[in-house]
Each structure stands twice: as C-alpha cells, then as structure tokens.
Design a protein around this ligand. Structure first.
Ligand code: BG6
Length: 483
C-alpha cells in the first residue's frame, strides 16, 4: 500500500470515535497500513496533541472489536496529529496545506492525499471547493475523497452535489461510503453463486419464487430527530442501503467479475428496476410510522411523542415495497423490501424463497418452501430450510441447516471500506451511476410522500410493522418469513 496522508475532517465527531479510529487500529494490528502514514485529524475544538491521543485511546477502549494493546499504542499513535480547523475560514486551508507538507517532509511521504469528510452534509461542498482553491488537492502523487451518506436529499440535490465534487475530483477519486457494502456478508453476495453449483442450478426464475430483504431495527429515532424527521426511512435506509442490497443480491454471475464489471452490472440492474409511478405506487409501496408500544420488554413512546419530532409529522419510520427487475434473470420474480425503526427485532437479512413444487401433491402434508437465508446482522450466517419427515414419519416439518461465522474474527464494515479506499479499490463503494439511478427510482415516491398521496399506516412499537406490508405479499400468495 502506498505511503500517504489521511486527512480526517470531523476528528472529534461521533463517527470518528465509533468507527474510524477502531477501524484504523484493527488494520494497523493486521499489518494492513502503509509503512509510513500521517493522519491529520481536523476539528474546531482547541485540543492539544495530548487531548487528541486521549480521544483516540478512549475510542479504542470503548468501540474497538480488538482490545487495544498498550505495548504498541505508542507506535500506532505516532502517526496522528490534531489540527485546529475552521472549515469556513480560507486561512485554515492555507495553514493546513503547510502542515500536511511539513509532515510529508518529516516522514518522507509522497504527496498521496486521502481526504475523509466525516462532517455535516452542508459542509461537504464548501470543504471540497476550498480544498481545490487552496491548492491542497494539487499533488505530485494521487488524491482521493471519501464522503459519507447522505449523498443529496433527492435527485436534484444529489446531481448538484456530484457536479460540485467533480470540479475537484474525478469519479475514480471519489469513494462514496455505504457502510452496508462494507459488511462481510454483503461482500459475499458477489461470489455466492459462482463456486456453488448447488445454488447456481437453482438460481433462475423457474426455481425462485420471491426474494425478501429486511432491515429491521428496534431502536427509535433517538437523538436524531432533527435529521430523521426530514429524511424518513426512505432516504435514511432505502435509497442507499436497501437498494444496494437489491443490487448485490441480483448481481449473480457464473464468472468472476472485475470491479468495473460489477459497477456496470449494478447500474444495469437499477436500469431494469421497474419504475414506480402513479399507476402502481398505491399497490406496491407501503409507508408507516410507529406508535407507542413495547420493545425488549420496555414501554416506549410513539414517533409523534419523540423529542424533536415536529407536531403532526407524517414522516415515514417504516417502508416496504414490491419491486420487479425486468431483466432476463429476474423477470417475474418479486423482490419485497422492508425497513423500519421500533420493530420487534434487529435483523438485516435476505431470504430467497424457492417454488414449492410439492404443495399440492398427495403425501406432502406439512412441506413448505425451501429457503436460502442470508443473515447479515446481528449474526453473519447462511442457512437452508428443507423439509424432513417428522418423528412419527407422518408429515413433513422444516429443518434448518445453518452455518454461522465467528463474529470475533470478522472485520467491521469500516475496516473493509477504509482498507479498500486506501488501496484505491472502489468495488464496494456507491458509484455515481447507481446513486443517480437510485435517486431516480426513489424520486416519484418521495414526491408522493410529500404530497401525502399515500396512506401513512401506523404500527405498534415492537411489532412486525403495519399490516399493509403483510398484504403486499399475501396478494401474491406469499408471506414474510419471520425466521
Ligand atoms: C444508518 C442509518 O445509515 O444505518 C441509521 O442512518 C441506521 O438510521 C443504521 O440505524 C443501521 O445500520 P446497521 O449497520 O446497524 O444495520
């Protein structure tokens, strides 16, 4: 890996503490860091270098999956420097440039610069523009930009943001994080079929009945109402994470794909996604909002009563939809997707339901559809549901074959993503084409939500969501598998 400077905007922020420092530490322990690295952490607060080191140490002791080892802490922390910075102040950029150059000389690092914007969305554009204006992005080596979600708040703002970023960085230099793409089980989807002839032979529309993608959470809006009440589940989870899961599931291929081919295939899937318009939105989309209820045996308030939520808010905390990918492989197979807050369990999973060919046959009592279960969170597992005769040898009952990965040995999503971005591998980042196509698909739904054209179904906190979402599947003769 090339030696480089890692410039972190938002060095005292929540994301840095919860994810970025632990990820860097675990990569360091695994020997996946460049041999010479300078990390420059930027923030407005007047921290000393000592304060900064304490912040990092505390972040590691609280959030790192691997216990921080004091014996190599000195060496790890040696790369880090704090720099007091005001993103709206031109002089800050001139000073930062000098500071980066000084450290490059001191550590003999070529001018390879990675800029990670872990900041409020409103700061992304001004920072990128100022980086260019100040000359910090004019390097003899390479430059890269990492940006977090949200990438815009609708099709128009996303296009605008992208155009602004492209003034300073080429598409190949921009790494848009969708942390779901960093999850090991999601990365597995790309190569799930190729080495498994058992799956390959079943992976077609003669055999698959439907695909169900769930990302349910038990948490409510918490302290994020300011952001969430404007974004809703549709922007927070669907435009990015859920549609990425759809693309990754649909991305099967008998041969190994290059990064470029994966990118092209994902865009092709989005292009084949049947548009939602006034003709089908009422039948295919369900929006919901939680009411008071009980989660993990604790009473919780409804969304309307949460701190910071606007009175009478019709924001969606739940979203479900029926999708069709009109291409040769997936034609006619419904994809059902759903996500919500304050549901019965925390679970991110993909279920492939196979056609039940024995349903109407005599002597098949109890036989149900075979399922392939891919669990992404909280466990990482893969399982099959098959039919076996019961003890009395009279009827069938389901049996599960399951393999669960050892989570202690699994890298965190951010480790995978930072490692890839530092190495320049963009496979598991959201490329502009697919981001634009996702917004394009979402846009009519956003507009219908804003015009209140769709009913807002309520559901009790701690339930499986609104009944209307169950009906989506029942109409087709299916049901959500709550396994
Ligand atoms: C984030 C959303 O992107 O993903 C949060 O902003 C959500 O609202 C989170 O809770 C879920 O991520 P995970 O990895 O816990 O499934």
């Amino acid at each position: 890996m090339d030696d480089m400077t890692f410039v972190l905007f938002g060095a005292s922020g929540d994301l840095a503490k919860r994810k970025i420092y632990p990820a860097l530490y675990n990569l360091y322990v695994e020997g996946k860091m460049p041999s010479s690295l300078s990390v420059v952490g930027l923030g407005r607060r007047p921290y000393s270098q000592e304060d900064f080191r304490e912040i990092i140490k505390e972040s590691l002791s609280t959030f790192s999956r691997r216990e921080a080892d004091p014996s190599h802490m000195e060496e790890f922390l040696e790369s880090f420097r704090y720099f007091i910075f005001d993103a709206m102040e031109p002089q800050s950029y001139a000073d930062l440039k000098a500071f980066i150059e000084e450290r490059e000389t001191e550590k003999s690092i070529p001018q390879n610069r990675l800029f990670y914007l872990s900041v409020a969305p409103s700061l992304v554009e001004p920072i990128t523009a100022s980086l260019q204006k100040s000359g910090i992005t004019e390097t003899d080596g390479w430059k890269k930009l990492i940006v977090e979600k949200p990438f815009g708040s609708d099709l128009h703002t996303a296009r605008h943001l992208n155009a602004e970023l492209r003034k300073a960085f080429d598409e190949e230099e921009i790494f848009r994080i969708d942390h779901y793409l960093g999850k090991p089980m999601v990365q597995n989807l790309e190569s799930l079929i190729r080495p498994n002839p058992i799956l390959k032979s079943l992976w077609n529309h003669d055999q698959i009945a439907n695909v169900q993608i769930t990302a349910s959470e038990t948490v409510g809006v918490g302290t994020r109402a300011g952001y969430y009440d404007k974004s809703g589940a549709i922007r927070d989870m669907v435009q990015n994470h859920l549609l990425q899961l759809v693309m990754m599931t649909a991305l099967h291929h008998p041969e190994k794909l290059s990064a470029k081919q994966i990118e092209e295939k994902k865009s092709a899937i989005m292009e084949a996604l049947r548009p939602v318009d006034e003709g089908n939105i009422q039948q295919d989309v369900v929006r919901g909002q939680y009411e008071e209820g009980e989660v993990d045996a604790q009473s919780v308030v409804g969304y309307q009563e949460e701190d910071g939520v606007e009175e009478g808010s019709n924001n969606d905390t739940y979203f479900a939809a029926r999708l069709y990918i009109d291409n040769e492989y997936w034609k006619g197979i419904p994809f059902y997707i759903r996500t919500g807050k304050r549901l019965a369990q925390k679970s991110t999973r993909i279920i492939i339901e196979f056609k039940n060919e024995v349903e109407d046959e005599p002597d098949s009592e109890g036989a149900t559809s075979n399922l392939l279960l891919i669990e992404i969170n909280p466990n990482e597992s893969i399982g099959l549901r098959v039919n076996l005769k019961d003890d009395g040898n009279e009827k069938f009952e389901p049996a599960y074959v399951n393999f669960t990965k050892n989570l202690d040995e699994q890298p965190e999503a951010y480790e995978n993503l930072l490692n890839d971005a530092m190495a320049g591998n963009a496979t598991y980042f959201a490329h502009w084409n697919e981001v634009e196509l996702s917004w394009q698909w979402i846009q009519p739904i956003l507009e219908a939500f804003e015009a209140d054209d769709l009913p807002l179904h309520t559901y009790h906190a701690g339930s499986q969501g609104p009944e209307a979402a169950e009906k989506l599947l029942n109409e087709d003769g299916f049901t959500w598998w709550e396994v």
